[in-house]
Write a protein that binds this ligand. Structure first.
Ligand SMILES: Cc1cc2nc3c(=O)[nH]c(=O)nc-3n(C[C@H](O)[C@H](O)[C@H](O)COP(=O)(O)OP(=O)(O)OC[C@H]3O[C@@H](n4cnc5c(N)ncnc54)[C@H](O)[C@@H]3O)c2cc1C
Length: 588
């Protein structure tokens, strides 16, 4: 099945709903223009659809394999990666100082969506490198930056992120990997990391591992974690590669999806310890890793968008080709896409996809505003908005990816369950995104315990005021094509306001009560955000006088999905007691 990158849809949203024009032409973005963004996205779309998408299915079937201690990626992967870096895609959003193109996060994330739609497993390699670049740029010593950043930005070397250990997944306080300081200022790292994406492979000549470990005298828990850079091959003073470091891939996991992405068990210290360099300060590693993780969380959200888009395109195509039964009013057998129930499925997929894209691009644009703001107060406001939206972007979009991919299988009927259509692969691939980079449950806890109360709740109030304003603008338009969009949006925002008040009270009263409602709260937030951003795009479309597809999507989202808001509110405010009572029922 072919894939066509949604360039004009993305460009429209960037132009009208992200403030791209406010940063273009100024400061670091002096050379940025809408025309430039358009040509970047068109080229990225071409690379994704023509170069990568054709590799996706074979790569899924063959997967990455461990052969004599070396990881062999699927046919075509290495060559595609070389083309990816040769065209400069790896450095699209990276700092100019280190050879990147310094384009806004929102443009990089838009291009990353196309890449991930084409082959999600492939996109993971650059995604983790982007994170390594961010962490090193923010926290690395000048010496580390000088040695590693340009190679990571170009993609000649890739970056990995190594937190997880068998006993330390969501709870990094249990981390045991050891780091011992040496007289020359380096550290010897030993221990085992599991589930490491692209921990070993054959696409780059060196791999730069960012590893969380604990010093012997470190305080217990997360306050005693440090971050280290551990190269696969040592780098000589002249930049050439030296001897192999004491780190190896012991095995690869067999997984439900993303088969082409090698998920490695990494062993450090067979020969006394791998040489590592501290990033940031001792015992402050988690904060440094969070620089990497926040952006990676947004990137994982974008993977959700990407899978949802690919599944939607595929289902749409199938619904036009496959004929069964007669749709109401039809005289002959109809394409299944004419049946109202199938239309509903297709529109649900489209609405979830576009809403997730909108939430992710708005989160990215807040990061861009923070970076490009003239004064520190404006930068802080934008930064806090990005912090608030990040868990919503990650969770809503990855859940949307799973839901859209699952509906995509349903649209295909029995053929959806058969691997050769490709619909099943999307569903298998989509599933991981709700789990890694902090499960969606952990995102929900972050949202309610750290984000909604930011600045005494001011950040949330600001965001909700924007949503409310959008609903008012829809109402003021008096356009019958919007149907009940304004009313449903207002009801959703009302529900979110009441649920927020309940949450903040519950957090003070009884943590368990608040935590029981965290995931439905996060979902409710996503409905308010997605509904509002879609409505903003629809309002911009009406001004432009273009065909009303965005109005139709915004209306569908409001009238068919935002209707869940009041149910979610009840679950949040009334469901905790039954969760507390559940022990008797949950007998293994
Ligand atoms: C394919 C793949 C690739 C990965 N890539 C990487 C990588 O590159 N680098 C890396 O470091 N890790 C990676 N991971 C690991 C991934 O980030 C973890 O699997 C994830 O963070 C969850 O940890 P866990 O598996 O230990 O689950 P657990 O922490 O055991 O969680 C199990 C369940 O309990 C819930 N839970 C746990 N704690 C709480 C709590 N306090 N409150 C409420 N609910 C809770 C979770 O939400 C989840 O539903 C990868 C994993 C996979 C499968």
């Amino acid at each position: 099945m072919t894939y066509r990158a949604p360039v004009s849809e993305t460009l429209f949203f960037l132009e009208h709903c992200t403030g791209l024009n406010d940063i273009a032409g100024k400061g670091e973005q002096a050379d940025l223009s809408l025309d430039l963004v358009q040509s970047v996205l068109e080229e990225a779309g071409k690379f994704a659809s023509e170069r990568l998408a054709p590799l996706n299915r074979k790569a899924d079937q063959i997967g990455s394999k461990l052969v004599d201690g070396k990881v062999v990626t699927p046919p075509g992967w290495k060559e595609a990666y070389q083309d990816w870096i040769a065209a400069g895609w790896n450095g699209l959003g990276a700092p100019v100082e280190y050879g990147g193109q310094g384009l806004p996060v929102m443009v990089n994330m838009a291009a990353f969506e196309f890449l991930s739609s084409a082959a999600m497993s492939f996109g993971l390699c650059p995604l983790l490198t982007f994170g390594a670049v961010d962490a090193l740029e923010a926290h690395g010593s000048e010496a580390l930056k000088k040695t590693y950043l340009a190679k990571l930005v170009s993609g000649e070397w890739n970056g990995t992120m190594q937190l997880t250990e068998p006993q330390a997944g969501s709870d990094l306080a249990n981390l045991r990997t050891k780091a011992v300081k040496q007289s020359d200022g380096t550290y010897k790292i030993s221990g085992t990391k599991i589930f490491i994406t692209y921990g070993e492979h054959d696409m780059t000549e060196n791999i730069v591992h960012l590893v969380l470990a604990r010093l012997p005298d470190a305080p217990a828990g997360t306050k005693g974690i440090s971050l280290f850079l551990v190269p696969k091959f040592m780098v000589n003073a002249d930049g050439s590669l030296g001897k192999r470091n004491d780190v190896r891939c012991q095995s690869l996991e067999h997984k439900l999806g993303i088969h082409a992405s090698p998920t490695c068990v990494m062993v450090y210290g067979d020969e006394g310890g791998a040489t590592g360099y501290i990033v940031g300060e001792e015992n402050k590693g988690l904060a440094c890793m969070f620089t990497m993780m926040n952006n990676a969380r947004l990137g994982v959200g974008v993977q959700g968008v990407a899978i949802a888009e690919r599944a939607t395109q595929q289902a749409l195509q199938y619904s036009r080709d496959r004929k069964q039964g007669r749709a109401p009013g039809a005289k002959e057998t109809s394409p299944i896409g004419d049946h109202p129930d199938v239309k509903r499925m297709l529109m649900t997929m489209r609405a979830l996809t576009n809403a997730s894209r909108a939430i992710c691009l708005r989160t990215a644009s807040a990061l861009d505003r923070a970076h490009n703001a003239g004064d520190p107060a404006a930068a802080k406001i934008a930064h806090d908005e990005a912090s608030l939206l990040t868990p919503v972007a990650k969770s809503f979009s990855t859940d949307a990816g799973i839901e859209a991919a699952s509906i995509g299988v349903q649209v295909h009927g029995g053929m959806g369950f058969i691997e050769e259509t490709g619909a099943a692969q999307h569903m298998r691939d989509a599933r991981i995104a709700a789990i890694y980079e902090g499960t969606n449950g952990i995102q929900a806890i972050d949202l309610i315990t750290r984000k909604i109360g930011l600045n005494g709740g001011e950040t949330l109030r600001r965001v909700m005021a924007e949503y409310r304003n959008t609903a008012s603008e829809v109402a003021k338009s008096n356009d019958p094509a919007f149907g009940k969009t304004a009313q449903r949006l207002n009801e959703t925002i009302d529900a979110l306001e009441r649920a927020t008040k309940y949450m903040l009270d519950a957090l003070n009263r009884d943590q368990a009560e608040a935590l029981a409602g965290a995931t439905p709260y996060q979902k409710l937030f996503g409905l308010a955000a997605g509904g509002s951003y879609l409505a903003q795009a629809a309002l911009a479309e009406r001004v432009g006088g273009a065909p009303a597809s965005r109005v139709a999507v915004a209306r569908f989202f409001a009238e068919n999905l935002c209707t869940q808001a009041e149910g979610l509110e009840s679950t949040i405010t009334e469901g905790a007691a039954s969760v507390a009572q559940s022990d008797a029922a949950l007998v293994a």
